[in-house]
Design a protein around this ligand. Structure first.
Ligand code: SAM
Ligand code: DTB
Ligand code: SF4
Length: 316
């Protein structure tokens, strides 16, 4: 059996990761908790707030995503890019509610120069001026875009691999895994932290999950944050009828992520609203140390602030 003793490694094999993933549950969670405690304050759960600054009409065909223009049956109103003043007012409210990081998502295939990107730069500067961490997810970008984002003080760029290289083509055909990796390496080369993870519950196998973690684990350094999303099946998307992910599978994925990337922030992301409080606590024991906090994710409901207040007071 593979040693997963908390040493930072970049040479994980898919087999080693799959073996960890399939350990007896209590052994897996126990090991993950031990590695978690060696690297993090177990009582500290980061709250990240999420806002869709530009919703819908995306030219990519990601099968899970309600914002793809390819999925015409989805009931979603397209919006223009939000005004920076409005975004910053929302960031301020999120900070007052306890959020430490403010993440802004745009349904773009890629960044383009012009007024809209200028406005995003203004948003990043404004969030940093509030003394919050700033993260954006804007699709693919070129080096000069990353350079401007870095100069604006961007903390992290979110760009998910979503699944394994082997399964990727089942989910998205308008771009390649290579495109994704290229953007990640541009972002990294300008000293911006990477926020990069994936989704479970799209029909991928356990081996695909392990394979995605192998790609993330081979990055040096590991992505500073790794969001683990459970598919939120959305009516009108090709994945609308996928059965719900068993919460224990989320626990296994979180624990395995923690073992592969001991020092990264593991964010329990989409899907939390359909998990019981107890399942979420189990994820926190298994090494998750961040959540999206706020009533909505990008376009779908998140766990409510009221329920989260209860969750946080219970674990305090
Ligand atoms: N367009 C940019 C991109 O793809 O990088 C940024 C926005 S995109 C909505 C950000 C991430 O949201 C995706 O990579 C995916 O992991 C996640 N996501 C989108 N729809 C989801 C769903 N229905 N369930 C779970 N995660 C989802
Ligand atoms: C991430 O990994 N998950 C977030 C964030 N990064 C941008 C997005 C989840 C979106 C869930 C579906 C929706 O609300 O549209
Ligand atoms: Fe959705 Fe991002 Fe894919 Fe566009 S690129 S369809 S916003 S996940």
């Amino acid at each position: 059996m593979t040693a997963a003793d908390g040493t930072i490694r970049h040479d994980w094999t898919v087999d080693q990761i799959a073996d960890l993933h399939d350990l007896p549950l209590l052994e897996l969670v126990g090991r993950a908790n031990s590695v978690h405690r060696q690297n993090h304050d177990p009582n500290n759960v980061q709250k990240a707030s999420l806002l869709s600054i530009k919703t819908g009409g995306c030219p990519e065909n990601c099968a899970y995503c309600p914002q793809s223009a390819h999925h015409r049956e989805v009931n979603l109103t397209r919006d223009k890019l939000m005004d920076p003043t409005k975004v910053l007012a929302i960031a301020k409210t999120a900070k007052a509610a306890g959020a430490e990081r403010f993440c802004m998502g745009a349904a773009w295939r890629q960044v383009r120069d012009g007024e809209e990107f200028d406005a995003v730069i203004e948003m990043v500067e404004g969030v940093r001026a509030l003394d919050m961490e700033a993260c954006v997810t804007l699709g693919m970008l070129k080096p000069h875009h990353a350079e401007r984002l870095a100069a604006a003080g961007l903390t992290a760029y979110n760009h998910n691999l979503d699944s394994s290289p082997e399964f990727y083509g089942e989910i998205i055909t308008t771009r390649t895994y290579e495109d994704r990796l290229d953007t990640l390496s541009i972002v990294r080369s300008f000293g911006i932290d990477l926020c990069c993870g994936g989704i479970i519950g799209m029909g991928e196998s356990t081996r695909d999950r392990a394979s995605m973690l192998q790609v993330l684990g081979s990055m040096s350094p590991h992505p500073e944050s790794v969001p683990i999303n459970a598919l939120v099946p959305i009516k009108g998307t090709p994945l609308a009828d996928r059965p719900p992910v068993d919460p224990i599978e989320i626990v296994r994925m979180v624990a395995t992520t923690r073992l592969v990337m001991p020092s990264s922030t593991v964010r329990l992301s989409a899907g939390r609203s359909s998990m019981s409080r107890e399942a979420q606590v189990l994820c926190l024991v298994a090494g998750a140390n961040s959540v999206f906090y706020g009533d909505t994710l990008l376009t779908t409901p998140n766990a409510g602030i009221g329920e989260d207040a209860e969750l946080f007071s219970m674990i305090a």
